[in-house]
Design a protein around this ligand. Structure first.
Ligand code: PXL
Length: 268
């Protein structure tokens, strides 16, 4: 009998299918782990302008879903995505602390592409308090990293290293900062493991269809950690997986376009 590695995402539903739990479950499938989900928020988009309408789920219902999986089933690793308010961040943090989750990846989602204003600034403090201390890896983009580090902006690799060191003080074991939009025609990913800064440098992939890249990246790290990879191996795998999927990304309509999650497997 085949028993797959089981991995959990605690995240929002993006009904367009490109980000959130939908992206996470597609990533889990591609990385050959069994995916499970706890839905924290429902996101719908207005067809005219793609304005995001965000409906948080009652924390009691989040608890019911969570307990179905932990302790009800068990999971080798987990990730979090969009957690829309302080109460939900605290609830999820307490549930994971109680469950003693061995491999927890925190994707500190603060904005959706296409919406410029931060979702809820007070959430940053709650993430620092309830989630980062129990995280094995935290995966902010440059905007989220600046918020978590209390810096104005991240404009260079030096800024990113400074932010990573500050974020590390919150108790997480590893900080990954995605620099996709910062370095003119280049892109780079930083991993700070508490001792050393490691960089993966690349040419930027020229596409505007990047919806769900961050979600898929953190989901891939969680899947690989669940299968027993080291943090460095999981980070490199996620970097390659998302780059391949970005090369195959496509538009859904004039507003949004997701990654092609099968790109790596099909070698397109
Ligand atoms: O890409 C950030 C993100 C995460 N989670 C959900 C989303 C979005 C952006 O639309 O809808 C549920």
């Amino acid at each position: 009998m085949f028993t797959p590695v089981k991995v959990l995402t605690v995240a929002g539903s993006d009904c367009s299918g490109g980000a959130g739990i939908q992206a996470d479950l597609k990533t889990f499938q591609e990385r050959d782990v069994y995916g499970m989900s706890v839905v924290t928020v429902l996101v719908a988009m207005r067809p005219e302008d793609w304005h995001h309408q965000v409906t948080p789920i009652d924390p009691e219902i989040i608890k019911q879903q969570f307990r179905t999986i932990l302790p009800g089933i068990g999971a080798a690793a987990a990730k979090t995505g969009m957690l829309p308010n302080v109460e939900i961040i605290r609830t999820v943090g307490e549930l994971f602390a109680e469950a003693r989750m061995p491999h927890l990846v925190i994707d500190p989602v603060m904005v959706c592409k296409g919406t410029s204003e931060p979702l809820f600034p007070e959430n940053t403090q709650a993430m620092l308090k309830y989630l980062l201390p129990i995280a094995e890896v935290v995966t902010p983009n440059s905007f989220e990293a600046a918020q978590l580090a209390g810096m104005d902006e991240i404009k260079s690799k030096n800024d990113a290293e400074e932010a990573a060191k500050r974020i590390y003080q919150s108790g997480c074991k590893n900080v990954v900062i995605k620099m996709a939009r910062v370095l003119s025609d280049k892109t780079a990913d930083l991993l700070f493991d508490g001792k050393d800064c490691h960089w993966l440098d690349d040419e930027r992939i020229d596409t505007k269809w990047t919806h769900g890249a961050g979600c898929s990246f953190s989901a891939c790290i969680a899947a690989e950690l669940g299968k027993g990879a080291s943090v460095k191996e999981a980070w490199k795998c996620a970097h390659d997986f998302v780059r391949a999927a970005l090369k195959g990304s496509f538009p859904l309509n004039k507003h949004v376009g997701p990654l092609y999650h099968k790109a790596m497997a099909k070698n397109v």
